[in-house]
Ligand binder design. Sequence first.
Ligand SMILES: Cc1cc2nc3c(=O)[nH]c(=O)nc-3n(C[C@H](O)[C@H](O)[C@H](O)COP(=O)(O)OP(=O)(O)OC[C@H]3O[C@@H](n4cnc5c(N)ncnc54)[C@H](O)[C@@H]3O)c2cc1C
Length: 337
Amino acid sequence: MIAAADPVVQESALALDAPAKFGVQIERAVPLAAMTTMRVGGAADYFATVTQTHHLLKLVRWARAVDLPYLILGGGSNILISDRGVRGLVIHNRCRHVRIDAPPCCNVVHDDGMYLMAESGAAMAGAARTSVRAGLTGLEWAVSVPGTVGGAVVGNAGAHGGEVKDCLHTALLVDAAGEVQEYTNADFAYAYRTSSLKQNRHQENGLPQPLRAGFGPVLLSANFRLLPANVDEVTARADGFLGHRRRTQPVEASLGSTFVNPPGDYAGRLIEAAGLKGACVGGAVVSELHANFITNPGGVGHATAQDVIDLIQMIRTTVLTDFGVSLDVEVQLVGEW
Ligand SMILES: Cc1cc2nc3c(=O)[nH]c(=O)nc-3n(C[C@H](O)[C@H](O)[C@H](O)COP(=O)(O)OP(=O)(O)OC[C@H]3O[C@@H](n4cnc5c(N)ncnc54)[C@H](O)[C@@H]3O)c2cc1C
């Protein structure tokens, strides 16, 4: 493994211009805050944006070949990047193609379904909206969920009673050996907001172990099985979900839900009952609209990741003291803490 502490050795060993030969530019020291929904965090040592799946595949294989750890950044809506940033290569996934397919004609059994194929960097909400416009049901719960298809499939995103687990048919990924594999729904071993691909769920003192760049599997595309439905009904349902979201959740920069709901209760209810709405540390604030949301109303350059962690710890301590409930953090911590 290349020593991250020695950038000179690292760069000379890396031949950073090699990916340009297959159409990908590697940049150095790129700030990541603006690429996350919370708008906090430091820089990536190395950074590349990919817009085509074959570039993503080649880049991952190249990074493996030169022993450069990588981390896939989707919509940055479920991660808190540390102020010290990420060592290694951050790959910003903007592979966004989405299309609707009929069932494969080689299917032996009759299939009433239709299939939505989405590249992993496509916006999940956009893919869902495409399915709604086509009069398909199964993905309309996702019209209000931020982030990419990759992030949603890895984290089993869900809302309004639906989740990825219910409609994912198959997905293509690069496995740990650099080979492209087709995974079926069962291969993901889905459970609440997690899958076999989700890394670092282990919590210590309520905080997940930080996730660093590594050599993990990368999702390339997903294939959702949906059913034909009345387009007006499915559109009304999707619009209802979106309207509900706009009424109940803050519009400022945020992490989404900060804590997992404890069994039989809601993290937001407990935080509100502890009188913490509006509490702040530095630029990080507990939302007045929904207490399970920590916001960064000032945007990039205001709250720091440390502010957010300090506020999280303050909330945890208060809720534990007041109600005896230990809250677990929902989002992934990324980088050097
Ligand atoms: C305002 C707000 C509301 C939200 N509401 C909901 C909700 O209702 N329901 C819900 O489930 N979530 C919700 N979330 C959380 C978030 O939207 C989801 O977790 C989302 O699926 C994350 O996708 P992303 O692309 O942003 O992932 P990121 O945050 O970019 O990444 C998350 C993790 O997935 C990994 N990853 C991403 N893409 C790939 C890939 N192609 N291959 C391998 N690994 C990958 C990353 O490396 C990282 O470890 C909300 C967040 C916000 C900010």
